[in-house]
Write a protein that binds this ligand. Structure first.
Ligand code: SF4
Length: 473
């Protein structure tokens, strides 16, 4: 069966589509396509988001591809854009079946129960989506054994929800991912500049699930509380595949918790060195998994170029609750990472439970004092399905349930300590105080090695400047 996965362009509902500053591969679709191809289906990916495609361009591409089904993934803030495009698609191509999965479909599947949609899929789709397509190819019929599927009763039309199934225990038997489906879309990494004439960037996945319980994240519910991954040998085979078969030079490993098994991480690094696989790669980690400079130096020798640390807060109590570390550990780990020659990027969230103006000041102070190569500051988003959503809802903090407002630069809540204006003020202040200070600008200039790098930094700097100004309006 032919399925076309469609990444929805930002703001398509308002007609103001424009491509993002950094183009990021829709790796979830590539990942699912590997399982679909294995089951002899014919997936295709249309990355309307990164390519900034208009509605007409999308419909022209769909008419050419002529799929049996179009599949969407759903992030909460994209809800309006997804629903807009689904309705338009339904009118234009009534024959094509439509399915929605992803985070919002996991948390609030009922939001998608409407006439324009045929199926909603909760839980892991690796096994259930191929099974559904095979069943439909054979003429449909009984769908009650397809775990996590929401579908309409053939006669009454009422929605029926099947219970979700089991998680796949590990991914060693995952087929090599079909990167050729998106490899020529000109993706660009956010952590380093790259010469597009000779270098190429791609993301990959080697594991899913997370045992941490950060209040703002629902990964442990959607992917399970256990990190399930390919072993080191299989992971290196995937990286070699990217490098040798697609000429990829920069790779982002997009696992939620890549560093949970440090022996595996070290084994991957050693194999990359031993097999002379020369990649610039990186991943996300919590601070508390990084313990020694030796491992960081081994990673650097293996080509690791960046680590993103979700630090979240500079307030001792919030940091302890969310990430189980202290501000001193943050400073120590970021220092070690940079000492090993790895780009350290720290993420901070303003407005988590218990936040005050004083604790935001502590967060900005920690961001400056831990001296990362880059930082980003966002407003907490209480996504449905998270502990934060539940708590803010119970306390009556939430000011809207319009999902398109659930963005990282837009407060959708007010607490007894912080109102909307204060949160926006501190978001602007955090960027201003971190980025626009002489010590940071000199540090960045010191690390620039070429005119090309200078141009990329200048572009990011200008975009950051205007973004900071825009918080006022
Ligand atoms: S934010 Fe990261 S560490 Fe925390 S639960 Fe989510 S995936 Fe796990």
């Amino acid at each position: 069966m032919r399925i076309l996965f469609l990444a929805v362009p930002k703001s398509i509902a308002t007609g103001a589509v424009k491509p993002p500053l950094f183009k990021s591969p829709p790796i979830t679709f590539v990942w699912l396509s590997a399982f679909l191809k294995q089951a002899r289906h014919e997936p295709e990916i249309l990355d309307g988001y990164s390519l900034g495609l208009t509605e007409e361009q999308i419909f022209t591409r769909i008419a050419i591809a002529n799929p049996d089904m179009v599949g969407f993934t759903s992030f909460t803030c994209e809800f309006s854009d997804i629903m807009y495009l689904i309705r338009r698609l339904r009118n234009r191509f009534p024959r094509i079946r439509i399915i929605v999965g992803g985070y919002h479909a996991n948390s609030l599947p009922r939001d998608f129960f409407c006439d324009a949609i045929d199926y909603v899929l909760s839980g892991e789709a690796e096994q259930t989506l191929p099974r559904l397509l095979t069943r439909l190819e054979q003429g449909g019929g009984e769908l009650s054994d397809i775990a996590g599927l929401h579908h309409r009763h053939p006669e009454s039309g009422t929605w029926i929800s099947n219970p979700t199934g089991h998680y796949i225990p590990n991914f060693n038997h995952t087929p090599l991912l079909p990167y050729e489906m998106v490899a020529n879309n000109g993706y660009t990494p956010w952590w380093t500049s790259m010469d597009a004439r000779t270098e190429k960037y791609m993301a990959t996945v080697t594991g899913k699930g997370c045992p941490m319980t950060c209040s703002f994240c629902d990964i442990s519910k959607t992917e399970g509380a256990r990190y399930r991954a390919m072993d080191a040998e299989r992971t290196v085979r995937e990286l070699a595949h990217l490098h040798h078969d697609f000429g990829i030079t920069h790779v982002e490993i997009r696992d939620p918790y890549f560093t949970i098994d440090l022996k595996r991480v070290a084994a991957i690094a050693q194999m990359l060195i031993d097999r002379n696989i020369r990649l610039n790669w990186g991943f996300s980690s919590t601070i508390h998994r990084i313990k020694d400079l030796e491992l960081l130096r081994l990673l650097r020798r293996a080509g690791c170029g960046f680590i993103f640390f979700g630090v979240e807060s500079g307030n001792r109590a919030i940091l302890k609750r969310e990430k189980k570390v202290t501000p001193e550990q943050v400073i120590d780990v970021v220092r070690m990472t940079r000492k090993a020659g790895i780009f350290a990027h720290c993420g901070f969230i303003l407005g988590l439970e218990g936040e005050t103006e004083e604790s935001i000041r502590e967060t900005i102070d920690l961001a400056i004092n831990c001296r990362p190569d880059a930082a980003n500051f966002t407003i907490a988003v209480p996504y449905p399905g998270t502990e934060l959503f539940q708590s803010f809802k119970e306390k009556n903090y939430l000011k809207t349930f319009d999902w398109k407002e659930y963005r990282q630069d837009n407060p959708v809540f007010e607490t007894e300590h912080l109102n909307r204006e204060q949160l926006i003020y501190w978001l602007e202040q955090s960027h201003r105080q971190f980025f626009f200070r002489p010590a940071y600008l000199i540090d960045r200039l010191w690390h620039i090695r070429s005119w090309r790098q200078f141009k990329v930094h200048a572009r990011i700097g200008i975009s950051m400047f205007f973004k900071t100004l825009s918080y006022k309006s």
